[in-house]
Design a protein. Structure first.
Length: 156
């Protein structure tokens, strides 16, 4: 199974560590440490490739939140913020997640390695209730009109 890695400056060191564990992983950037870089392009690229090639993406930032949000903009991507092996297992078994988002500021290299290992080694359960829920989310299709504390997202 192919792994695609994407990160920003906050996730760069952890991404480089993961490349030593999975040397065949595809590096989607950042390819150098730059404190002024932006994560969306790297995470979207990793998620796009994972979806297109039936692999997994691992996106890494300081908290992993923005990286997860960016990856979830890719049609077919199901990104989960994973902070423990148990959450990674559930993301795969219950949600058929194909993108693992990590917060480098909150995980050691060993913790992150364990999380990714569980993520890529765990299969989707295939249970009807989980498949049904995934289909419901996919049917929603990414509509942008939703209420927020600041008001409607579409400006109405």
């Amino acid at each position: 199974m192919r792994i695609f890695l994407g990160c920003d400056h906050a996730g760069y060191e952890l991404k480089e560590h993961l490349r030593t564990v999975w040397p065949d992983a595809v590096d989607c950037g950042a390819t150098a440490y730059d404190p002024d870089d932006d994560y969306p392009a790297y995470c979207i690229d990793a998620a796009t490739r994972a979806v297109a090639q039936g692999g997994y993406a691992v996106v890494i930032g300081g908290s992993g939140n923005g990286e997860q949000i960016a990856a979830n903009k890719v049609p077919g991507a199901r990104a989960a913020l994973c902070w423990s092996p148990e959450i990674a297992r559930l993301a795969r078994e219950h949600n058929d997640a194909n993108v693992c988002s990590l917060g480098a500021r909150f995980l050691s290299h060993d913790e992150a390695t364990g999380i990714v290992r569980v993520f890529v080694e765990t299969a989707f359960s295939g249970d009807e209730r989980h498949a049904r829920r995934i289909a419901q989310i996919a049917a929603y299709g990414g509509a942008t009109r939703r209420a927020s504390p600041a008001g409607p997202a579409d400006g109405a």
